[in-house]
Design a binder for this molecule. Structure first.
Ligand SMILES: Nc1ncnc2c1ncn2[C@@H]1O[C@H](COP(=O)(O)OP(=O)(O)OP(=O)(O)O)[C@@H](O)[C@H]1O
Ligand SMILES: Nc1nc(=O)c2ncn([C@H]3C[C@H](O)[C@@H](CO)O3)c2[nH]1
Length: 341
């Protein structure tokens, strides 16, 4: 517990938020009682100090990092405010290298997760039509279908096909490639265009986290990874995730949820040639993995920030592709979700 400064306030409760929320920023959310919310950069301490002074109600401030909380306390102390009680919970690593836009806003980074053929690519198109400025990063599927640049197209380098045809032989290899390509896309430097936005948002189709907590885990449980492969995978996944730290953090996850049966129908309708052998049973297992990770929270997740990532669950059993009203409803939910990140 940190004690600092004095104001006319009843209480200021300062709690550090999971790093997934507004990383690298000092973020103050003036509670609902005040009926407005502010997300502010640390340069704006002074304004917040004034705001707190004039407030007549208990105010709750959330900090993305303990370092920022300490900085803020020092600031209040300088203003000679007393009796502010600051509680730091869930302390997370200081000194972040968060991407910040030229407008001083942290880039919000989300991933879209969901079963095979649930409609992620279709959903990404919806995002691009409603939020034209956002940067959308699609799954690097083509790289998996053609892993050797030098090999002729149609040769023996379609790893997706190989994995589905002989999962026990190729699952580990596939997972090293899928995960490596995901790491690469997640750590890519942010574009100037994105950084010039007032509210920069980047959305990934799946992530290094679903690679591990959905697919690799499922393949291990199905016996397609042996225990050595599973240990190795987890070891390098943890190592790289910790090494890249902030660069692979996400602020939120959008989970597209539909029954495995509907996904299976969509998969058959789409008829991707590599997926001919995929059975409903596999989609049911992947569905369970998503539910355990994102809803029931029973999956053993190894990174604090991933445990605490806010998840928006969108029911996509309904056809939104050809339904403007349903699309609009989804877009509104996404907007509301972003506002609280
Ligand atoms: N809400 C929806 N209602 C009806 N059909 C849909 C819906 N969303 C997607 N589809 C259809 O389902 C099929 C699969 O969709 P899509 O390719 O977007 O899935 P995906 O989740 O990106 O697949 P993958 O897991 O392979 O990346 C496509 O034929 C698409 O037109
Ligand atoms: N084994 C495995 N691990 C992954 O991380 C992974 N990510 C996607 N896929 C499969 C699903 C679709 O067929 C196709 C396109 O999403 O690729 C994966 N398969």
């Amino acid at each position: 517990m940190l004690q600092c400064g004095q104001t006319g306030l009843d209480l200021i409760q300062c709690v550090s938020l999971p790093s997934s929320v507004n990383r690298g920023l000092f973020s103050a959310l003036i509670s609902d009682i005040c009926s407005f919310r502010l997300t502010l950069h640390c340069k704006m301490f002074f304004r917040i100090g004034r705001l707190l002074e004039s407030s007549q109600v208990p105010v709750r401030c959330y900090f993305s990092q303990k370092a920022k909380l300490n900085l803020f306390c020092t600031f209040l102390h300088r203003l000679e405010k007393r009796n502010i009680v600051c509680m730091a919970k869930n302390t997370i690593k200081p000194d972040s290298t968060d991407p910040i836009s030229s407008e001083g806003m942290a880039v919000k980074r989300l991933s879209v997760e969901g079963n095979i053929a649930v409609g992620k690519s279709t959903f990404m198109k919806l995002l691009s039509s409603f939020f034209q400025e956002w940067e959308l990063v699609t799954e690097p599927l083509r790289k998996w279908q053609h892993v050797q640049d030098s090999a002729p197209h149609g040769g023996m380098d379609n790893l997706l096909q190989m994995m589905y045809d002989d999962p026990s032989r190729w699952s580990y290899t596939f997972q090293t490639v899928s995960c490596m390509t995901r790491f690469k896309t997640q750590i890519e430097p942010l574009s100037k265009q994105l950084l010039s936005l007032r509210e920069p948002v980047q959305v990934f189709e799946r992530s290094i986290y679903s690679d591990r907590y959905v697919f690799a885990k499922c393949l291990f449980e199905l016996g397609h990874f042996n225990s050595i492969e599973w240990t190795m995978y987890q070891e390098w996944h943890s190592f790289l995730t910790r090494e890249f730290a902030e660069r692979v953090h996400l602020n939120g996850i959008i989970y597209l949820q539909a029954t495995p049966e509907i996904c299976f129908e969509r998969l058959k309708k789409r008829a991707r040639k590599e997926e001919k052998t995929v059975q409903l049973d596999y989609l049911q297992k992947l569905h369970e993995q998503h539910e355990n990770w994102l809803i029931k929270k029973t999956t053993n997740v190894h990174f604090e920030h991933v445990k605490n990532i806010p998840v928006l669950i969108l029911d996509v059993n309904e056809d939104f592709e050809n339904n403007p009203l349903a699309s609009q409803r989804l877009a509104t939910k996404i907007k509301n979700f972003l506002a609280v990140l």
